[in-house]
Design a binder for this molecule. Structure first.
Ligand SMILES: C[S@@+](CC[C@H](N)C(=O)[O-])C[C@H]1O[C@@H](n2cnc3c(N)ncnc32)[C@H](O)[C@@H]1O
Length: 441
């Protein structure tokens, strides 16, 4: 692993005064432009139309008018990202909008929408969402399959390690997914080791049903048994049942989303909330526990396991809502260093046209990935031998709030050409970690 020094020369350290010193130090270590936090209050609020593809133009036009009337500010559709609406004033509460209370829209930043839509899910796909909770992207992915007959629909499998967050995801699915939710399942499990394959013949395949009835017959406590498969309902597999379901699928997934656990520093509105919640809680999320090191390692393992569960010819999207190069380019770089061009190739992120750096009037403006600016920086970062890996990354995009007018996000779309060799856990590491923090580790 290289010893990457932050190339502080190009970095703005003009953090808004309210940010605590520990967080500013994290920003410096992670090479994040602190001035981004001065934009947080200017960002709009975005919402997504539930089951957008099934809605008529008339319905959508009247929805926009209704949201405008309820929010009393400018409301527009996001032309380049289907199903998304921009509400100019971020302070608008969703609870004051009838379309939200009626269940026609959900709150979702357009950057998250771009990440989920980057999978290009098609009817019939078996989709895996390896860090699924609280479920905004899983719900969107489910919507993409929902207007097809059960035989053609495909399936969505969500996994999250946090039981209470997975339960929130399940509630979201129950509330908003269409009438037949039986093609969606949510596991409480560790995404770095999760091993349940997709069902062979759609959701109600005999093997899967048999596995479910086995789990009903076991001597599990009643509370656990009640959570077994109910036709037409989302599956919910607490950790105890995951091993039972493990035998229920036989094939690899067509699409895998690794919206990895991260330090959420790119979610500016979220960071801003700590002003009320207390900055010490932000430390717990971002700084404590040596997260600058542990999180990129976790992300590398999630990415690797998602890749293992993807079929050749399939597509994986790796995304984070962090702006740290250690959680983005260096995790992706470590992955590309382990997988040759014969196995893994990055593709352009859909909806982002030519990774535009200037708005053409309706599209979201993206920023290029981080790369060393000159020979000196390549050397200082210890990455001179890795130039080819960085050149393979050029289709990945950053959404930098300073120019995208969205929350911060990193998105890479990777096509799997073939399986590679099996890897030891010790090999699954990012390209580099913050050197100062490495010394403390
Ligand atoms: C960025 S959030 C995912 C957001 C989600 N994709 C959405 O759109 O609502 C990351 C999630 O990863 C989960 N997580 C953390 N470590 C994990 C692990 N080892 N396996 C699976 N999930 C994990 C966290 O509980 C958290 O819910």
């Amino acid at each position: 692993m290289a010893d990457a020094e932050a190339g502080a020369t190009t970095l703005s350290t003009a953090a808004p005064p309210q940010l605590p010193p520990s967080f500013c130090a994290f920003l410096r270590d992670n090479h994040i432009d602190a001035s981004v936090y001065s934009t947080s209050r200017k960002l709009p609020r975005y919402v997504r139309i539930i089951r957008y593809r099934q809605r008529s133009q008339e319905f959508i036009d009247s929805l926009v008018q209704q949201i405008q009337a309820d929010s009393r500010c400018k409301v527009t559709r996001v032309d380049s990202v289907p199903g998304f609406i921009e509400i100019a004033d971020q302070a608008v509460r969703l609870s004051q909008i009838s379309a939200y209370t009626n269940g026609d829209i959900v709150g979702m930043d357009v950057s998250s929408g771009i990440a989920a839509l980057a999978l290009s899910v098609e009817p019939g796909d078996n989709v895996l969402d390896l860090c699924c909770a609280p479920g905004a992207k899983l719900l969107l992915l489910s919507d993409l399959l929902d207007n097809h007959s059960a035989a053609q629909r495909g399936t969505v499998t969500g996994v999250d390690i946090s039981p209470h967050r997975a339960a929130t995801c399940r509630s979201l699915v129950k509330k908003h997914a269409g009438s037949d939710k039986g093609f969606i399942r949510v596991f409480v499990d560790d995404g770095t080791t999760f091993d349940c394959k997709a069902p062979q013949h759609g959701w109600h395949d005999p093997q899967a049903t048999q596995a479910a009835s086995i789990s009903s017959d076991t001597a599990l406590p009643k509370s656990k048994r009640q959570r077994c498969i109910v036709p037409g309902q989302p599956w919910f597999a607490p950790r105890l049942l995951s091993t039972v379901y493990a035998c229920s699928g036989t094939q690899l997934y067509d699409r895998v989303l690794v919206d990895a656990e991260c330090t959420h520093d790119g979610s500016l509105v979220h960071v801003q909330k700590y002003e009320q919640w207390g900055w010490e809680q932000l430390d717990a999320q971002v700084v404590d526990g040596n997260k600058s090191v542990t999180v990129p390692i976790l992300q590398s393992r999630l990415l690797e396991n998602g890749w293992r569960l993807l079929k050749p010819g399939g597509v994986l999207v790796y995304s984070t809502c962090s702006l740290s190069r250690f959680q983005n380019e260096f995790v992706l770089g470590g992955f590309l260093a382990r997988h040759t061009e014969d196995e893994a190739v990055l593709e352009p992120v859909p909806l982002m046209a030519s990774n535009s750096t200037e708005s053409d009037g309706g599209s979201i403006v993206t920023s290029p990935i981080w790369t060393p600016v000159d020979d000196e920086e390549w050397d200082r970062a210890g990455l001179s031998q890795r130039r080819s890996v960085f050149s393979r990354m050029r289709h990945a995009v950053r959404l930098n709030p300073l120019v995208s007018n969205t929350s911060g996000m990193f998105i890479a779309r990777i096509k799997k050409l073939q399986h590679g060799a099996r890897l030891e856990e010790s090999e699954i590491v990012p390209l580099a970690l913050p050197s100062s923090i490495q010394q403390q580790a």
